[in-house]
Design a protein around this ligand. Structure first.
Ligand code: TNX
Length: 701
């Protein structure tokens, strides 16, 4: 994407901010009015069933309780439509009756991953069921497809694993998209939907540095009789066995060919590998176990297209950047522990090597800290989110996180914890008010956007708290990095420190006399310096944080994240000036919480721009800088999955892919090897593989 001028950028930022504020104001108004009407009707129990023309005819506070909804009006399908409201505002709904409603098409993603939905009666006269309309409705039991339906979109009922009754009133429509009934336990449907024929060509994402196709006889996978690996590679040998079983259906190995896994210290780079396939077998060499693992991931992708016969091939490969990560946000919407594991397995296929857990925010605190039990007791449930008036409870115990770390290590993914400061900390302040200036009592936040309540840099309790939190986390997360947040601390930034007497006294004590607006940023530097010293000197960790351009000084060795739209150059300049490291996740390429197209999920949000697949692909990690920058400062690439508007685990995948594949390639592959058209060709094959495995992928590109 072309970068607009600085002035345009400011307008864009202003526009974004205004949109966020407007959205927050609307939501506050909605919450206030609904609270008001609830208090007016004391003792009122929300009905379980309703019949209304449209969703707008329901009281907002009833929407999160209704078990059965009958709509009879002309249904709206775009923006904050009847379908978006059914899906996102009545999360718990079990029965939806649209038989008397008027609607010609069920929109794409209409009921995407509604976990409680049991039955839906479609409108008479409906002609189309959109792609992924019922994706992952795990409890959906029965559906009647009216004669009027002419088309069922791709993945429409994918993952409806209890859907035992699919009744076609007439003949099944001729247009049925791929994977429409994937995973549905009705065998007669198998012949109806094409589950993506195996492609002829191999598809490797991210594209390797060197691929040479050899001549000669192919390797028959049934001929593989053994896996030979040094004891240091027993984890990788187990992956090899799993791959043969999952991809080639081999339970018992009984041929003469072999898979050899070897360490080779002559390879350059810890994650480098070579892969050689010929008639006699497969040989994968890595400088470390991680390299061997990546060789296996490439081998697995070759088997996606050719599970029985592999043509001879030689691959030599190494990553361009050091860290390729996804950031997930279990604060705004909790992500169940087991789902985190599933997410790791998927990202590792594309050679991504870090899962960044955003554990703390204004809306919830999600990690057990033994010394501060009030955090979970009072702040681990997000009561509601904007117009979604239901709660998102949940937290991770330290034992669970240890298990996640061990699990992810088997996939060569490190887990990086993030504890925000000084902003995005309302949940902690709610539990321990003494963390904020004036010990102000605040509720856990229920809207998106930026809060003005901050940690108090002038209180020793703040440091005691943070050090204790980091000390406990250091026992749980062995990764060398800890993320400290640092973003969006109030509007105007850090203003909660301006007049607070303890902050004023601290500024005086520190000799901060400037009056150019940098005073509070200097306080933040004081706070960060103390925390960084603890992390580095006591815990041996490398601090990371979100970069704000007013925060001028970065301690050498720290890793900053360039995230703001249009401000990547400023962040890079600061990193170079400060001899610091940088991760790239600029909004215009890497914000995967944004829709991929106008109208794609999340249809209703705070005014997000779009991040197209092409924009993600076009991320160039060197950002036009020289080789020195790439060598000395660039650390990697991150895709962010903020979850204000993502309310099921399936939808995290939907947001993450396919753009995450584009970022994986940007972070791993050489620039000279990348080509968007070729990526799209390979993507089709990988995307089919994902849909076949029941993973939701946005198709709106
Ligand atoms: C900005 S990115 C934030 C998050 C929001 C996100 C929504 C960053 C460091 N802060 O708190 O969730 O925008 O896109």
């Amino acid at each position: 994407m072309m970068l607009s001028s600085c002035c345009d950028m400011k307008i864009q930022l202003y526009y974004l901010l205004m949109n966020r504020m407007l959205f927050a104001a609307l939501v506050c108004w909605g919450a206030l009015t609904s609270a008001f009407s609830m208090s007016r009707t004391e003792g009122y129990t929300p009905p379980a069933e309703v019949v209304v023309p449209n969703m707008k005819d329901l009281r907002p506070e009833d929407k999160p309780y209704l078990k059965s909804i009958t709509l009879t009006g002309h249904l709206t399908t775009t923006g904050n439509s009847d379908f978006r409201q059914l899906r996102d505002l009545s999360f718990q709904v079990e029965r939806v009756d649209l038989r008397r409603a008027v609607c010609s098409a069920i929109p794409d993603n209409a009921f995407h991953s509604r976990p409680y939905l049991r039955s839906v009666i479609l409108p008479q006269g409906v002609t189309k069921i959109g792609s992924q309309a019922f994706f992952g409705c795990r409890r959906l039991e029965r559906i009647v497809i009216p004669t009027s339906v002419e088309e069922i979109g791709e993945g429409a009922f994918n993952g409806c694993t209890l859907l035992r009754e699919v009744v076609f009133e007439g003949a099944p429509p001729r247009k049925i998209g791929k994977f429409a009934f994937n995973g549905v336990p009705v065998s007669s449907l198998e012949s109806l939907s094409d589950n993506g024929l195996l492609a002829d060509e191999a598809a490797i994402i991210p594209i390797p540095a060197v691929v040479e196709h050899g001549k000669g006889s192919p390797l028959l996978t049934t001929a593989i009789g053994r896996i030979v690996a040094a004891p240091a590679l027993h984890n990788e040998a187990a992956h090899a066995r799993r791959i043969l079983k999952e991809r080639a259906g081999l339970e018992l190995l009984k041929g003469r060919a072999e898979i050899r896994l070897e360490l080779d210290t002559t390879l350059r780079g810890d994650e480098a590998y070579t892969l050689n396939v010929d008639r006699r077998g497969v040989c994968i060499k890595g400088r470390t176990a991680a390299g061997v693992f990546y060789g296996l991931m490439t081998f697995e992708q070759l088997l996606v297209s050719h599970p029985r016969r592999l043509q001879p091939i030689y691959v030599a490969d190494a990553p361009r950047t050091k860290i390729r990560e996804f950031m997930v946000d279990p604060c705004r919407t909790f992500i169940p522990f087991e789902e985190l594991k599933r997410f790791v397995v998927e990202m590792a296929r594309y050679k991504m090597n870090a899962l960044h857990l955003h554990l703390v925010d204004d809306q919830a605190w999600r990690i057990e800290i033994k010394k501060y039990p009030r955090l979970l007791a009072l702040s681990s449930t997000r009561p509601s989110m904007d117009d979604m008036l239901y709660s998102s409870p949940g937290f991770y115990t330290q034992d669970e996180m240890k298990e996640l770390v061990a699990f992810a290590a088997k996939y060569h993914v490190m887990v990086i914890p993030e504890i925000e400061m000084p902003g995005h900390e309302v949940a902690a302040i709610h539990a321990y008010p003494q963390l904020t200036p004036g010990a102000k009592r605040v509720p856990v936040r229920t809207t998106c956007g930026v809060s003005n309540e901050l940690l108090n840099p002038a209180s020793e309790f703040t440091y005691e708290f943070l050090f204790n939190v980091f000390d406990e986390l250091a026992e749980v997360f062995p990764a060398p990095y800890v993320h400290l947040g640092g973003d969006e601390a109030g509007i105007p930034p850090l203003d909660c420190w301006t007049n607070d007497s303890s902050c004023v006294a601290l500024k005086k004590r520190l000799g901060i006399k400037t009056e150019d607006g940098s005073e509070n940023w200097r306080l933040q530097k004081y706070m960060f310096d103390r925390v960084i010293a603890h992390l580095r000197d006591k815990l041996g960790k490398t601090p990371m944080f979100w970069y704000e351009t007013d925060f001028k000084e970065i301690q050498p060795g720290c890793v900053v994240f360039a995230w703001r739209h249009g401000l990547t150059n400023a962040a890079i300049d600061a990193a170079i000036r400060n001899k610091a490291k940088i991760m790239l996740c600029p909004g215009e390429h890497c914000y995967l919480d944004y829709p991929m197209q106008r109208g794609d999920m999340p249809e209703v949000n705070w005014g997000m721009p779009v991040t197209t697949l092409k924009a993600s692909y076009d991320l160039e990690p060197s950002w036009g800088r020289d080789a020195d920058f790439e060598q000395n400062n660039l650390y990697g690439v991150a895709g962010t999955l903020w979850s204000e508007c993502i309310n099921t685990p399936e939808r995290i995948y939907y947001q993450a892919y396919p753009r995450g594949l584009a970022l994986a390639e940007a972070g791993w592959s050489l620039r000279t090897r990348r080509n968007y058209d070729d990526f799209l060709r390979r993507l089709k094959i990988i995307q089919n593989d994902m849909m076949r495995r029941g993973i939701s992928v946005s198709l709106q590109y």
